[in-house]
Each structure stands twice: as C-alpha cells, then as structure tokens.
Design a protein around this ligand. Structure first.
Ligand code: GRG
Length: 306
C-alpha cells in the first residue's frame, strides 16, 4: 500500500467513525425544541438504516473538500451527516417493492423486509427532513447566507433536477410506466447518483467561501468522480461478488437495463474510468498538495469492490 493510499484509508475510516457517532447523536431519543415526541418505531427504523454500515463516502467528500479551505472539521462533519441522511433515505426508498424491490442492503435485510413498507417510507421521509434541519443549523457556519447556499444546493442535488428526477428517469427506462423510454445513461447517472456525490465536493467550496475558480474546480472534480462511481457500479454488477457487495450482483442485466457497460462494453467502460480519473486529477491541480486526498478518493471510487 502506498503512503497516499494508507493516508486516504486512515482518513476515510476516521470520517466514517466520526459520522457514525454524530448520526447516533442526531438520531438519539432526545427531543429538540419544537418537537413533540420522537416515536420509538420511527427512530428504531431510522437508526437501523443509518447506523452500522456504509462507506460514508459522501461525508468524506464534504470533510475533505472543506479541509482544502480550512473549514472547521465539526462543521464539515455536520454537513456531511446531513448528506448521509439523504443518501440513507434514498437507499430505503429505492429498496421498496414499488422501486427496486430489494431484500438485502449492506449485507442485512432491507428496512421494509425487517419492518414493513409504511415504516420504511416514513423512516425515509424522516431522514430526508432531518437532513434539512441539520444543514440549516447555526453550527454549520456563522453566516446565514452560507447556510442558505448550502441548503439550496442540497435541495437541488436531492430533488427534481437531481436524485429524485434521476430515479424516475431510471424507472421510465425500465418500462415501468408503459413502453421503455430511451435512456441517456450519462444524464441519468449525473442526476441519480452523481448529484449527491458532486454536492459532497462543492459543499467544501460553499463552506469555505471559495473563489469562483475553486468552486468550478471542485464542481469538475465532483462530476468526474460521480461518473467514475457509477461506471464502477455498473462494472460491479457484471463482475462483482455478491458477498462483497452485500446484495446480489447481476440486477441490471436481469432488468435489461441500459448502463455504461451495455453502451461502452467492459473494456470501453474501464477506459472511460481511466479518462475520468485523469480529468479529476487535472481539475484538482489548482489546489496543489491540498488536493492529494481527493485524488486518492477518486481512485478508491473507481477501484471499489463494494
Ligand atoms: C428513491 C428518491 C430515490 C432515489 C434513489 C441513489 C438512488 C436513488 C438509488 C440507489 C440505487 C443504487 C443502489 C445505485 C447504485 C449506486 C449507489 C448509490 C450505491 C450505494 O452507494 P454507496 O456505495 O453505498 O456509497 P454505502 O452502503 O457505502 O453507503
């Protein structure tokens, strides 16, 4: 293992540990002002799907893009926890019978299998709304305009023109609403999975009140990383190991889905990943050595086995 990889792994593990502790606190039974009660069934379900699993890649991107600008780590961790809440909600809803109908997630029964559909829908809703509670908190940044920009960017990444929009395009492409609709794989990916990953990267620029050039650099990096993440996912679906994935492989093929792999072939998809890594490195060049951890992050995303 190279020094850069070892340093990256240590930092990813540390952020995962800190995020876990923070989420456990945010999802505790302690009432916040204006809350009337935290119902046990709801809290247990939200904790089941948010704690004890996941790579915490999105919080890591927030923490490391923030570190480039010297943003206090605690503030970045809070913004990262908000993003992770959105990610966990999306996985719960994606697993539901009306969406992907999955039985396994992160090596455990999916939430609706463990409980029931209604509880899973509400736990997802609870995580989505909690994310917006967290990201507006005073501890994130003293300037309310910065908090507003961060919140609006999160809404756009998660919503119509981002993840939710991407999800409906994906379902339409599977033929869920009649004939299969033609799929623009790159655009679908940019919305469905790319938007949250890109948000993790621009969050640091927003919190760090960066220049426009620095923002653009993290934006370019985030887009390249997001696409590399999705291609790696498509490749794992073809070549991956169910035990490492924590879910069955081959789901895309079973649904006859158009993916980067069906469009480019396995070798073409791997070449595209290499091109994206070069683009990610080049985008980070303006940060010098401060961009090294993010460079390692894009390699991790491209080479991941789960
Ligand atoms: C239901 C509104 C709604 C959206 C769902 C992102 C998404 C949209 C669904 C996820 C479907 C899926 C499994 C896509 C593959 C890529 C992906 C997001 C994998 C899971 O992310 P990781 O690898 O997971 O970061 P961990 O478990 O490490 O957090």
């Amino acid at each position: 293992m190279t020094t850069a990889t070892a340093d990256f792994t240590k930092r990813l593990d540390q952020t995962a540990e800190d995020t876990e502790a923070l989420l456990a606190k945010l999802l505790s039974d302690t009432l916040l002002s204006d809350e009337i009660a935290r119902p046990k069934r709801l809290m247990d379900a939200m904790r089941y799907s948010s704690l004890g699993g996941g790579k915490r890649l999105r919080p890591f991107l927030v923490v490391e893009s923030s570190a480039v600008f010297g943003v206090p780590r605690d503030a970045a961790l809070l913004a990262g926890a908000a993003l992770e809440c959105i990610h966990c909600y999306s996985l719960i809803h994606d697993d539901l019978p009306a969406m992907d109908n999955s039985d396994l997630r992160r090596g455990r029964p999916t939430l609706h299998k463990k409980t029931d559909d209604a509880t899973a829908i509400l736990a997802g809703d609870g995580l989505l709304t909690l994310a917006f509670d967290i990201v507006t908190r005073d501890e994130i940044h003293p300037d309310p305009t910065v908090r507003l920009l961060l919140t609006r960017a999160l809404a756009r990444a998660s919503g119509i023109g981002g993840m939710v929009g991407g999800q409906i395009l994906d379902l339409a492409g599977e033929g869920r609403f009649g004939d299969r609709e033609p799929v623009d794989v790159a655009r679908l990916q940019q919305m469905k999975t790319g938007a949250l990953l890109r948000y993790g990267c621009i969050a640091g620029a927003i919190l760090g009140q960066s220049t426009q050039q620095e923002y653009q650099a993290l934006d370019d990096y985030g887009r390249a990383l997001g696409e590399a993440f999705q291609i790696a996912d498509d490749l794992l679906d073809v070549e991956g190991d169910a035990a490492a994935l924590g879910k069955p492989a081959g789901a895309d093929a079973a649904l006859g889905k158009t993916t980067f792999v069906t469009q480019l072939g396995i070798d073409g998809a791997k070449q595209r990943v290499r091109d994206l890594l070069a683009r990610a490195d080049s985008a980070l060049s303006i940060f010098g050595a401060k961009g090294d951890v993010l460079k390692a992050a894009s390699r991790f995303v491209a080479d991941r086995k789960s």
